[in-house]
Design a protein around this ligand. Sequence first.
Ligand code: UGA
Length: 487
Amino acid sequence: MKIAIIGTGYVGLVSGACFSAWGHHVICVDVDNARIDALNRGEVAIFEPGLTNLVTSSLQSGHLQFATDLKKAVRDIDIVFIAVGTPASAHDGDADLSHVFKAAQQTALALCGPTLVVTKSTVPVGTSERLEALMRSVRPNADFEVASNPEFLREGSAIADFNKPDRVVIGCDSDRARALLLALYRPLMEAGVPVITTTRRSAELTKYAANAFLATKIAFINEMADLCEKVGANIDEIAIGMGMDKRIGAAFLKAGPGYGGSCFPKDTTALLRTAQECGVSLRLVEETIASNTSRKRTLAHRLRALLGETLQFKKIAVLGLTFKAGTDDMRDAPSLTLIHALQSAGANVHAFDPRGMKNAHALLRDVTFSSNPYECAEEADAIVLMTDWQCLQNLDFKRLGATMKRRVFLDLRGVYDLDMLVNRYGFTAERVGHPTRQAPEDRIIRLKRRVTYVPPGVEVHNGTRSLRGSSFTRASSASVQRELDHE
Ligand code: UGA
């Protein structure tokens, strides 16, 4: 088939590269001249495992082309996929469809011969009908149809997800459009992938419902992790116990710093907008957004509590910046919220990420970027693990501890064994969903530092001394020893 794809972001570029590898003739279009020039040289600006190789081989085979002239690209083509961005609009969080409408309008002006226009961008329910009306107003008699085919790939595993998805959803309101898309996805069907056909509205809403449900699952396990920390339970054991129930499933039950990225935050908000416009209350989605937002905002407080003292003038090493491992994407990354809060509290932030530092640089101020985790942690008062990159999963704690000012480690990805950190390396450490563990000497310092306050008008006698209201005293060595013995 001859396929045009408008937009060369994650979805557009991965779809184009994969369709061309399936043997179709694909032309990918973007308004960004520099990006298209680079792609024509085989240079891919985003970090996505395997994508550069796939683009290069498809360019060489002649199945893939890149261009900026949309009108030329969509002329005489079987299927035009619209895969442009639908960011949250600044004023109300609704999906900004301006790029989608522009792409559809230009396609309508240029198409000739029967053409199926398909939205792969995540668009609110009813968008296909609006696009069709818009295109019909431009070209009343042209032979085209509009369908919906939402994409479910994840950044970091995009090619594998595209070639072996859990399902393909095809939303069409005509047999002709359905037959064409079923023919396109025949290789996946033959490989056993379920392909479901729905109405356009159902396909559009399926995508939002899936993302909102996954976001809810993450928010749920994160709240359970908070409870585990208080009651002395282990969130990883609970996730295993829950996940073995087939009705629940094990995926997306990993507690962490809160979800981020270019999809969940914007799609949950856009879904709420759609519901509000229809007078429907989506309270679970509302709570998911609120829970995730407050989780990200409290990360700096967690660190302060772990340190047991103010963050002012402290050097904090943040390891991992991207919203998850396997991508250089910094959009809505929880690390951004943490770093801003640390800086507001007067901390001095140093950071390391194997892929995300270029993008992070553009979004952060006054952060010192390091070339490796060890340099980042030198003289640091604490380390926060924000992203579970493979290269951050086997840190040498002896080496880290030797150069840190204080050995404090906040593991927000549940990677490290607390017994090892505390008993072998003398760290005060916290792992998401587990009770905090303090290094023995850190515990003594804290107890000694503890201050007793006697309220005004009250007098306290402890045998050797008497304290009057509004006076302060530090815990004595004897009382510290008593508490430690007691434990
Ligand atoms: C997500 C969906 O998973 C894809 O199916 C969808 O196609 C895509 O959005 C989209 O709408 O385009 P993605 O944003 O690439 O994909 O990332 P995910 O792997 O879903 O992770 C999202 C966030 O949830 C990350 O911050 C991640 O760290 C967090 N997460 C994920 C957890 O905290 N715990 C988990 O168990 C899983």
